[in-house]
Design a protein around this ligand. Structure first.
Ligand SMILES: Cc1cc2nc3c(=O)[nH]c(=O)nc-3n(C[C@H](O)[C@H](O)[C@H](O)COP(=O)(O)OP(=O)(O)OC[C@H]3O[C@@H](n4cnc5c(N)ncnc54)[C@H](O)[C@@H]3O)c2cc1C
Length: 329
């Protein structure tokens, strides 16, 4: 590991100023992703600005019924929160499907959103990877790509985004609150992560020195009928091949509203808007569920090793909607 400076500023503004003045510096939360990358030599920051004590570790209810989650809230605390479990079960289930109990006890909400891909080539300094070292090429396109994207990839990168929590938050229309060198801003979480295009080394739309302070989840009544399902190679301690966060509102046998987001299929959490559009206003039955899933998957562009993700995602969406329709009765 290379030498680095470590600072623990007294407040958010000082943390933002410290990082803005250090182009190669990084914020440090629990370090479960960043420190691993420093050990592997993937990340070589010359300054770590510790933000664990600076952002809120509280989950609070706002006057409009939204829930505000401080960036320092631990993954296990968020999953266990009574309001989250009752109002947004898909979020609690997504968190509990990730990592291990020990990791969830320290990993933070902000850090979880900004964890980097688990592509094997990204983590292996001996191989070409445009995300790790722009211009070197993508080893996964013609290599091992079983875990990789079926949507929105580019000729430069086919990696997937790994966070389970982010998939549920995108389905829930969460909003991010940040403070950066240019002040505070709020942006829809769906705009945080980006597709790789010709700049795959850039995972997200944050500016250097911009700190996530909180995430707001709006009140969506029907989301009490929601689930997160994660298909992976092992029952625990593994990243998603395909995952789905889904909520369904059915009235008189007809779909009134729906939220669907897929994980493990793209460089960002993939909101399944085509399937959602196909579902609103149609009878809640298997044929319509499968047709909606098919409408989404029609755009998939699988690689040599992951064509199985297309029928897998179709079946996960269909089965999940059947289960949610049953529970809505
Ligand atoms: C073995 C293993 C298995 C795992 N399995 C899963 C899994 O199945 N599903 C899953 O979703 N995750 C999984 N994870 C990932 C784990 O959830 C993340 O490592 C963790 O959530 C990162 O949180 P952290 O607080 O440790 O972030 P850190 O490692 O401290 O930071 C991660 C990144 O976020 C930045 N950052 C942190 N906080 C902020 C902030 N407030 N504002 C701006 N930037 C910030 C840091 O600069 C860094 O770039 C696994 C991890 C391990 C080690």
């Amino acid at each position: 590991m290379r030498e680095f400076r470590y600072e623990r500023p007294a407040d958010v503004s000082s943390a933002v100023t410290a990082l803005a003045g250090s182009p190669n510096g990084r914020f440090l939360a629990a370090g479960t992703n960043l420190v691993d990358h420093m050990r592997l030599g993937i990340a070589t920051p010359d300054l770590l600005v510790d933000v664990r004590q600076l952002t809120s570790d509280q989950i609070t209810e706002l006057s409009d019924g939204s829930i505000r989650i401080g960036a320092a809230v631990r993954n296990s605390e968020l999953a266990a929160d009574r309001r989250i479990r009752r109002r947004y079960p898909m979020l609690s289930e997504a968190l509990l499907s990730g990592a291990s109990g020990q990791l969830r006890n320290v990993a933070t909400t902000g850090g979880n959103l900004l964890q980097r891909t688990r592509c094997v080539y990204f983590q292996d300094l001996t191989t070409a990877c445009n995300k790790r070292q722009p211009g070197t090429g993508c080893s996964a396109i013609d290599g091992y790509n079983r875990d990789h994207s079926i949507f929105g990839a580019s000729e430069h990168c086919v990696a997937t985004h790994p966070s389970d929590m982010a998939v549920a938050m995108v389905a829930l229309d969460a909003k991010l609150r940040t403070q950066g060198p240019d002040g505070e801003r709020s942006l829809p979480l769906i705009e945080l992560h980006r597709l790789p295009g010709d700049q795959p080394d850039r995972d997200n739309m944050l500016n250097h020195g911009e700190l996530i302070t909180a995430i707001d989840i709006p009140p969506l009544g029907f989301v009490t009928n929601s689930r997160y399902r994660k298909v992976r190679d092992r029952a625990s301690y593994a990243f998603a091949l395909v995952s789905l966060a889904a909520a369904l509102d059915v009235a008189d046998g007809v779909v009134r509203d729906v939220r669907l987001a897929l994980g493990g299929v793209a460089h960002k959490p993939w909101r399944a808007t085509k399937a959602e559009e196909a579902l609103r206003g149609v009878p809640a039955n298997e044929d319509n569920f499968r047709a909606a899933a098919q409408a989404e998957l029609a755009d998939a562009q699988p690689l040599s090793g992951n064509a199985f993700k297309v029928p897998l995602a179709r079946n996960v969406i269909t089965r999940m909607l059947l289960d949610l329709a049953e529970e809505a009765r």
